[in-house]
Write a protein that binds this ligand. Structure first.
Ligand code: GLP
Length: 631
C-alpha cells in the first residue's frame, strides 16, 4: 500500500526507459527458469507479441547466450494468433515468436504453443478448448507477459470481453486493425478475426506483468489502472489479480494522476515546470483565462500551498508572461531585436538549420509552417529525410507510376525509354498481398516518396539542394517493429552533422514507442550528438523538438510556439497534400486521432491555437509547437 493506492488499483512500477523495465521482468523469468530447472519441473510462460515485448525477448536471448540461461524446461503459451494466417505468414504471431525468441534459445519446439490460426471454422471451438486443456495439463501459467492495445485489449480481448471469457475466436476492433495496418501494408490486408486466450484464462496465471512503452499507451494505461473495472476496457479486469504488475516507461506512465496531476494526490515540490503545468491545467479546468484565475480556483483544486508564497494575482501574471514569451514568428531568432524574452537567440543570423524528418511527411505535417518561415527569413535550411519511407507506400501507388511510365513507352516508342517499368510491374503482380517487397520495389517506392517530398518542398519555399535523403540502413534492411539500428546509421548521422554543423536542429521521436521509426531516429541522433559533445559548434547549437507524427506538445511543455496565419496554414496544408501516397495511410502508432494524417495535423495546429486563446493569449488560426531539448 502506498499513497497512490487510493487511485491506482494495480501495482505500477515506473522505469526511466523500457530497458530497465525489461531487466526487471527478465529477472523474474530468469529466477523462475533456474528454480524450475533445479526442481526438474517445467516453467510455464505466457507470452505476448507486438512491439512491446521485443526488448524483453532480446534481453532473454542475451542472458541465454551470455549467462547460460536455459529454456530447456520452459513451456510457452502465446496469447493469440490472427485467424486465417499460417505460421509461414510474415505477420503471423507464430512466425513472430520464432524470429523474435524461439529460434535463438534452447527451447524444445514442441513446448512452444501458439493458437492455430488455420483451424477450420467448425473446429475452432474444440481447438480453443484443447489449448486451455494443454495449459491446465502443465499446471497453469507461472508468469504471463502482456502488452496492451490502445482499445484496452489484452491478447485480442477487445472491448466487450468479460472477466469470464475463455480462449475463443474474436472479431478485431477497427482501431486495432488500423494500428496493425502498417505491418500488413494496408488496413484492408489486416485479418478481421483472431483466436485469443480469454480474460478469464489470463487471470488464472499465477503472476502477470503488463508492459507498456511510449506516450501512445499513456491514456489507456491510466484508464486501466485508475478507472473502474468495465467491459469497455478489458485490461481493467487485471485489477482483480493478486499478483499483477504494470511495468511502464516514463512516457507510458505519464497520464497516471500521480505524474500528470501530482498536486491532486499529495504534497508536491513546486518546481517552475510543475507550477506552469498546474496553473495551465487549472485555467483550462475552470475554463478561465490565466489572468482571471482567483484564489478560490487555486484552493479548490489542490493548489492552495502555491498561494502561500504568492497570491493568485502574481502567479497569474508570471505564467501569462511566460506563456506569451513562447510565441514567436521568428523561429530562427529575430535579427536586430532584443532577444532576452524570445525563445531563440537573434544571432547568428542567418543560421544553419537542420531539420530531421524520420520519414517523409513528418517534417511538413508537424512544422510545415515553421519550415516556410525559416526559409523565408533567410536561414540556410537543410531538411534531412532519415528514412526513405518506402514501407509506407501502398502497392497501388507504385502501380500508378509504373502505368504512367509504360504508357509513355507505348505512346512515344521512338523516345529513349525503359522496359524496366514493365518488368517491375510483373514483379508487383506476381507478389502475393503479404509478400515482402523486393529491393527493387522498395527502391521505387522510395522514389515515389522522394517525388512527393520535392513537391512539398517547392510549396514550402525550399530549394531541391536543401533536401537530403539519408536512407538509413536500419530502415532499408528492416520492417516495422523489427528494426535494428546500428553503427552504420549513427555514422551516417554523424557525417551529416559534421557537414552542416548546425546552429539549430529540429528533431522528433522523444517519448515514442521505443521501436517506432521516430524513436529509433531520435536515439541515433542522440548517439551521434554524444560523440561531438566537446566540439565548439555543438555548444552553439540548439535542439528543438517537434512532437512528431500525429502528436503535439501539451501547452505547458511548449518553449516555442510559432503562429500561422490562415494563409500560411493553407500553404502548409497544400504542402501536406502533395504526399499523395500517404492520403489513405493509417495514422500509425502514436496518433491520437482516428482521422488520416492530414486531418490530424490540421486538428493539432488548430487545437494548440484554441488553447492559447482559451488561456487569454492572442487568438491565432493555428500554432506549431516546439520544446527545447537540453544538450
Ligand atoms: C496486438 C496484440 C496484443 C498487443 C497489442 C499491442 O493487438 N494482440 O497482444 O499487446 O497488439 O501491440 P504493440 O505492443 O505493438 O503496441
Amino acid at each position: 500500500m502506498n499513497e497512490f493506492a487510493q487511485r491506482e488499483h494495480i501495482s505500477t512500477r515506473i522505469y526511466p526507459g523500457a530497458d530497465q523495465a525489461c531487466a526487471h521482468v527478465a529477472d523474474a523469468i530468469d529466477k523462475l527458469l533456474r528454480t524450475r530447472q533445479q526442481e526438474g519441473r517445467p516453467a510455464v510462460l505466457g507470452l505476448a507479441t507486438g512491439s512491446t515485448p521485443v526488448r524483453l525477448y532480446r534481453e532473454l536471448i542475451r542472458r541465454h547466450r551470455e549467462e547460460g540461461l536455459s529454456f530447456a524446461h520452459a513451456v510457452t503459451f502465446n496469447l493469440d494468433e490472427y485467424y486465417g494466417l499460417d505460421g509461414s505468414h510474415p505477420e503471423s504471431y507464430r512466425r513472430f515468436m520464432q524470429e523474435q525468441l524461439f529460434d535463438h534459445i534452447d527451447i524444445d519446439p514442441a513446448n512452444t504453443h501458439v493458437p492455430d490460426g488455420t483451424a477450420a471454422r467448425e473446429q475452432v471451438f474444440d481447438a480453443c478448448q484443447s489449448y486451455e486443456d494443454a495449459i491446465a495439463q502443465v499446471g497453469g501459467i507461472d508468469i504471463q507477459i502482456l502488452g496492451i492495445g490502445r482499445t484496452g485489449h489484452i491478447g485480442f480481448n477487445e472491448p466487450g470481453s468479460g472477466p469470464e471469457s475463455r480462449t475463443r475466436l474474436v472479431t478485431l476492433d477497427a482501431l486495432t486493425r488500423r494500428d496493425a495496418a502498417r505491418d500488413f501494408l494496408g488496413e484492408e490486408n489486416v485479418p478481421r478475426h483472431a483466436i485469443t486466450m480469454g480474460v478469464g484464462s489470463i487471470l488464472e496465471a499465477r503472476q502477470i506483468f503488463l508492459l507498456a512503452w511510449g506516450e501512445s499507451k499513456a491514456t489507456i494505461v491510466a484508464e486501466t489502472v485508475e478507472g473502474e473495472q468495465r467491459l469497455a476496457v478489458p485490461a481493467s479486469f487485471l485489477q482483480r489479480h493478486k499478483a499483477c504488475t504494470f511495468c511502464l516507461d516514463a512516457a507510458a506512465a505519464s497520464h497516471l494522476t500521480r505524474i500528470r496531476y501530482p498536486w491532486l494526490v499529495g504534497p508536491v515540490e513546486w518546481t517552475p515546470a510543475l507550477i506552469r503545468k498546474a496553473i495551465t491545467w487549472l485555467a483550462l479546468q475552470v475554463k478561465k483565462p490565466l489572468l482571471k484565475l482567483v484564489d478560490e480556483d487555486y484552493s479548490e483544486n489542490g493548489m492552495s500551498d502555491l498561494l502561500t508564497e504568492k497570491g493568485s494575482y502574481n502567479l497569474n501574471i508570471e505564467l501569462f508572461n511566460l506563456t506569451q514569451h513562447t510565441i514567436t514568428g521568428w523561429p530562427g531568432g529575430k535579427p536586430n531585436a532584443d532577444d532576452s524574452h524570445r525563445p531563440e537567440r537573434a544571432l547568428p543570423h542567418p543560421k544553419r538549420v537542420l531539420v530531421l524528418s524520420p520519414e517523409p511527411l513528418d517534417d511538413v505535417s508537424s512544422m510545415g509552417g515553421t519550415l516556410h518561415r525559416l526559409a523565408n527569413q533567410g536561414h540556410e535550411v537543410t531538411v534531412a529525410y532519415l528514412t526513405s519511407g518506402n514501407l509506407a507506400v501502398p502497392d497501388d501507388e507504385l502501380r500508378r507510376m509504373l502505368e504512367w511510365m509504360m504508357g509513355m513507352q507505348r505512346d512515344y516508342p521512338e523516345q529513349p525509354s525503359t522496359a524496366y517499368a514493365a518488368q517491375v510491374m510483373r514483379e508487383l503482380e506476381a507478389k502475393g498481398k503479404f509478400d515482402l517487397d523486393s529491393a527493387d520495389i522498395r527502391h521505387l517506392k522510395g522514389l515515389v516518396r522522394r517525388g512527393e517530398v520535392n513537391s512539398s518542398a517547392r510549396i514550402l519555399g525550399l530549394s531541391p539542394a536543401s533536401l537530403r535523403f539519408l536512407d538509413l540502413p536500419f530502415y532499408e534492411e528492416g520492417r516495422y517493429r523489427r528494426f535494428k539500428p546500428g553503427e552504420a546509421d549513427i555514422a551516417r548521422m554523424r557525417e551529416l552533422l559534421l557537414e552542416i554543423r548546425p546552429h539549430q536542429i529540429f528533431a522528433t521521436g522523444y517519448r515514442y514507442d521505443p521501436l517506432s521509426v521516430p524513436a529509433l531516429c531520435f536515439g541515433i541522433l542522440n548517439e551521434a550528438l554524444a560523440s561531438f559533445k566537446d566540439e565548439e559548434w555543438l555548444r552553439d547549437c540548439r535542439v528543438w523538438l517537434y512532437r512528431g507524427p500525429g502528436n503535439e506538445w501539451e501547452t505547458h511543455e511548449i518553449d516555442m510556439a510559432v503562429p500561422l496565419s490562415p494563409s500560411e496554414f493553407e500553404n502548409k496544408m497544400q504542402g501536406i497534400y502533395q504526399q499523395q501516397s500517404q492520403r489513405s495511410q493509417s495514422p500509425g502508432l502514436g496518433k491520437k486521432s482516428d482521422g488520416n494524417s492530414w486531418d490530424v495535423a490540421a486538428e493539432l495546429n488548430h487545437g494548440t491555437a484554441r488553447t492559447y486563446d482559451a488561456l487569454g493569449l492572442p487568438e491565432y488560426e493555428a500554432i506549431e509547437a516546439f520544446k527545447r531539448w537540453p544538450l
